[in-house]
Design a binder for this molecule. Structure first.
Ligand code: ACM
Length: 279
């Protein structure tokens, strides 16, 4: 039987990828982006991912407070991100709330050095997010200048294996999860998600605690950002309190090899004709 491999010719064998583990100041978009800019100036990379909602922080007292901090697509913050991507010659994936007419999405914007922009809106909303955000309705990828395909996800998307599988079927070599994790499971789950899809995964998380005293609500974010390779090895990670950018050099073409044994391909061996009887 012949197996169709994913043979993309252009992907460079030297690609530096990383994450920014941050501690954003609530409702201070400019400050948080400037902080990211300072950290970005210290590294040389091809792709850097920030945590979810980098510009605003995570907790909102109500929908009005979210609306006040959500960004329209013509916000100057998008210009800042485009300039940063161009000056650093690095593709950036930044988490931020986006408002469009009467809807607010928990989004990431991916910007390549040539200014091309791709937006993904979180499909699976977590807990109280359901009261204030609108869920997204599509998955998407974009390409680095060297041809590497990158898939976009936001935080609670992690618990649904379908999110990663769909992006692997869309030929993502690297799947980027921009997160504000509060549960302790995701980092371990990403090892399995990497293996079962044979992809790199960048999980960019934040640290710190946010509270809403009037609602007796306090969330502590678990840090532990990490990058896993297509065999589930953790290439780099961070602890639960440190902040800053960490990078690692990879060969994205490693993700083109989907063979687990000589006779098993993680995507082509799927049995959709059987699964569909149960879905
Ligand atoms: C989450 O989706 N921010 C847990």
């Amino acid at each position: 039987m012949s197996i169709t491999q994913n043979n993309k010719q252009n992907s460079s064998d030297k690609t530096v990828i990383g994450y920014y583990q941050s501690k954003p100041v609530q409702f201070s978009a400019k400050h948080n982006i400037d902080d990211f800019h300072k950290q970005l100036n210290k590294v040389k990379a091809d792709l850097i991912v920030t945590p979810e909602l980098l510009t605003s922080g995570y907790l909102f007292e109500n929908k009005q407070q979210l609306l006040d901090n959500a960004l329209p697509e013509d916000s100057a913050i998008f210009d800042d991100i485009r300039i940063m991507a161009k000056q650093s010659n690095c593709s950036l994936i930044v988490g931020l709330p986006i408002k469009k007419q009467d809807k607010i999405y928990n989004s990431v914007v991916a910007v390549t050095p040539d200014g091309k922009q791709t937006i993904y809106n979180k499909v699976h909303l977590f807990d109280n997010e359901k009261k204030i955000f609108t869920p997204g309705d599509y998955f998407t990828t974009f390409n680095l200048p060297n041809g590497t395909t990158v898939g976009l996800l936001v935080c609670f998307d992690w618990i649904f294996p379908e999110s990663f599988r769909i992006l692997a079927l869309m030929k993502a070599d690297i799947i980027c999860l921009s997160a504000n994790l509060v549960l302790p499971y995701c980092q371990r789950a990403m090892i399995t998600r990497s293996i079962e899809n044979s992809t790199y995964i960048i999980a960019a998380n934040r640290v710190g605690t946010e509270t809403i005293p009037e609602q007796n609500l306090s969330l502590t974010f678990t840090g532990g950002s990490q990058i896993t390779d297509p065999r589930g090895n953790i290439l780099i990670n961070s602890d639960q309190i440190e902040t800053g950018i960490k990078t690692v050099q990879i060969d994205p073409k490693t993700a083109h090899n989907k063979m687990i044994t000589q006779n098993n391909h993680v995507l082509l061996d799927r049995r959709d004709e059987i699964y569909k009887n149960y879905l």
